[in-house]
Design a protein around this ligand. Structure first.
Ligand SMILES: Cc1ncc(C[n+]2csc(CCOP(=O)(O)OP(=O)(O)O)c2C)c(N)n1
Ligand SMILES: [Mg+2]
Length: 561
């Protein structure tokens, strides 16, 4: 086999850039220098040096939500271990994040030298299993296996739609690749899987039969449809069939909420509008498209109640109803075939139209949730992506109707606070269609606020709202006395951009409606990033209705169920 002039590290980053990735999030480190240099010298990739590896992983998660794939680069041990929480979050979200980690050279390893970032025990693969656990596939690369291994890793990460772990000792990373390099396709041109025609035919007949035998059908499309490359098929199916649809909180806005078939948020007893629980559960047939996660926060503590006998799951490479299962079918093929053959329902006239939130309050009134969210809703326009942190803000924004073409990203299942600030950075860098608007609680922001300096450094222009109630508010769900551990250090948030070198940013702290309106107006017209700290009364830190609080209490406290 011929050897080439391209090194292992250069090959890896170039092969990943073929997918259409244009940024790498990470923190450099000596074991990773061959990768760090290869990224720097690749003209298709831009280095985004994050404030720490956890932030980098969250940012890579955000970027992959929009672009479909992303790269995270960290150093051995200390770097990769800091990233694991964020990579695990990406795994929960079914996102292919390629995590590249440089390791001690084989020179060091073979001599058994005690080296930094180890436990001093002469063991060099202590951390690999930990990082691999956050991924669905991994590879230990060498000059002779890198070409084949990269094909395998990319194929598996895409097939399983989950993170991949790639590690190389630094001396091997600098060696030339052996074999003929592969020039890969951009993500949009890659087929993740193919359907077996007979299985597809059988699955379509089955699903069509069920739809046609039903008086009422409701669809629950999930955000995973986008990861599985089936958004186009989903739209065709919904448009052709006129089947109305709802989403769970974590799937919010996978299809524009201005779509005529949109019913609202299905969230068990917390559904919005409240009647939607009955609409979904009393339908003759419910189509779960992509795999709804019936998780506590996604169902208001398991208060969903869809009979299994009327639930069809159009999954990733399967269709299932009870014990009837079809495999060997891709979701996009299932949806596009159904779109071609479904007999359209007469357009639903019963879709409850959801109103805009009322613009409450007089200009001298203090800012509060009641007057903040209606103004946030009116700021949004097509192409914008709203990134919302775990906390009271997600409880308020989930039922809020979004205008045509506005996206919504949150981390319902993994729920790691601090995620949203760096994730908004990744979303902003990937989103070509419009603005990125971050809404975060103050407590969550304290975990990752140092990423603001990174946003300033790379000149991105998000609009950021930090809701200052000076407390881990949503944690008070179960507390009958306000515990001191939920109180926060009193930061002056609006000073952060300036302190972190974001010189051109607009920044303000607002505590009256007039100030809020003025700040929003400025952010809307300002050519640059905006950072608005909104004062929220601590008394509003618990937005859940009493019946929901009681349900949570019941499912958490022994003997109360
Ligand atoms: C990494 C991590 N640590 C701790 C928690 C527990 N937790 C969930 S919500 C929350 C408080 C969020 O407070 P804040 O961001 O101020 O929002 P608020 O509810 O006050 O609006 C905490 C500490 C978590 N989900 N993730
Ligand atoms: Mg708070």
């Amino acid at each position: 086999m011929a050897s080439t002039s391209i090194t292992v590290a250069e090959y890896v980053v170039n092969r990943l850039a073929d997918l259409g990735i244009d940024r790498v999030f990470g923190v450099p480190g000596d074991y990773s220098f061959p990768f760090d240099d290869a990224i720097e010298s690749c003209d298709r990739l831009k280095w985004i040096v994050c404030a720490n590896e956890l932030n980098a992983a969250y940012a890579a998660d955000g970027y992959a939500r929009i672009k479909g794939v992303s790269i995270l680069s960290t150093t051995y041990g200390v770097g990769e271990l800091s990233a694991i929480n964020g990579v695990m979050g990406a795994k929960s979200q079914r996102l292919p994040v390629f995590h590249i980690v440089g390791a001690p050279s084989t020179q060091i390893q073979k001599q058994g030298l005690i080296t930094h970032h180890t436990l001093g025990d002469g063991v060099y693969n202590n951390f690999r299993a930990l990082s691999e656990a956050a991924c669905c596939v991994s590879a230990y690369l060498t000059p002779d296996n890198v070409i084949q291994e990269m094909e395998r890793v990319i194929r598996e990460a895409l097939r399983l739609s989950a993170p991949a772990y790639i590690t190389v000792p630094m001396d091997l990373a600098k060696m030339p690749v052996i074999g003929t390099p592969v020039k890969g396709l951009p993500l949009a041109q890659i087929k993740r899987a193919a359907s077996d025609p007979a299985a597809l035919e059988a699955a379509i007949d089955f699903v069509l039969g069920k739809i046609q035998a039903s008086q009422s059908v409701v669809a629950l499309p999930t955000q995973f449809v986008a990861n599985y490359g089936a958004l186009e098929g989903l739209l065709q199916f919904l448009n052709q069939s006129n089947i109305p649809f709802a989403t769970t909180p974590m799937d919010k806005a996978v299809i524009s909420e201005a779509h005529p078939g949109y019913l609202g948020i299905y969230n068990g007893m917390g559904s919005s509008p409240a009647t939607l629980k009955t609409t979904v559960e009393s339908a003759d047939l419910v189509l779960d498209i992509g795999g709804v996660v019936f998780e506590d926060f996604n169902t208001t503590f398991w208060t969903d109640n869809i009979a299994q006998s009327k639930l069809i799951t159009l999954g990733d490479q399967f269709v299932r109803m009870g014990n009837t299962m079809f495999t060997g079918v891709t979701l996009n093929d299932v949806l596009t075939e159904l779109a071609k053959r479904v007999r359209p329902l007469s357009k639903a006239s019963t879709v409850p139209s959801q109103a805009m939130l009322p613009l409450a309050g007089a200009s001298t009134d203090p800012t509060s949730s009641d007057n903040f969210y209606p103004r946030l809703q009116r700021l949004l326009k097509s192409g914008d992506v709203l990134v919302v942190e775990t906390g009271t803000c997600v409880i308020h924004t989930t039922p809020m109707l979004l205008p045509e073409g506005v996206g919504f990203q949150t981390q319902t299942l993994w729920g790691s606070i601090g995620w949203a600030t760096p994730a908004a950075e990744g979303v902003c860098m990937a989103n070509q269609k419009g603005r990125t608007i971050l809404v975060t609680g103050d407590g969550s922001h304290q975990l990752t606020a140092n990423e603001i300096g990174v946003m300033g450094r790379y000149g991105i222009q998000p609009i950021i709202f930090v809701l200052n109630n000076n407390i881990f508010g949503v944690e008070n769900v179960l507390s009958e006395v306000g515990p001191s551990y939920d109180e926060l250090a009193k930061w002056k948030y609006s000073h952060i951009p300036n302190a972190m070198g974001c010189d051109a940013w607009f920044s303000a702290r607002v505590s009256t409606i007039a100030e809020l309106d003025a700040a929003i107006e400025k952010a809307n017209s300002f050519e640059g990033a905006s950072y608005i700290e909104v004062m929220i009364p601590v008394s509003e830190s618990q937005p859940l209705p009493l019946n929901v609080q009681n349900q949570i209490y019941k499912t958490n406290i022994p003997g109360k169920a």
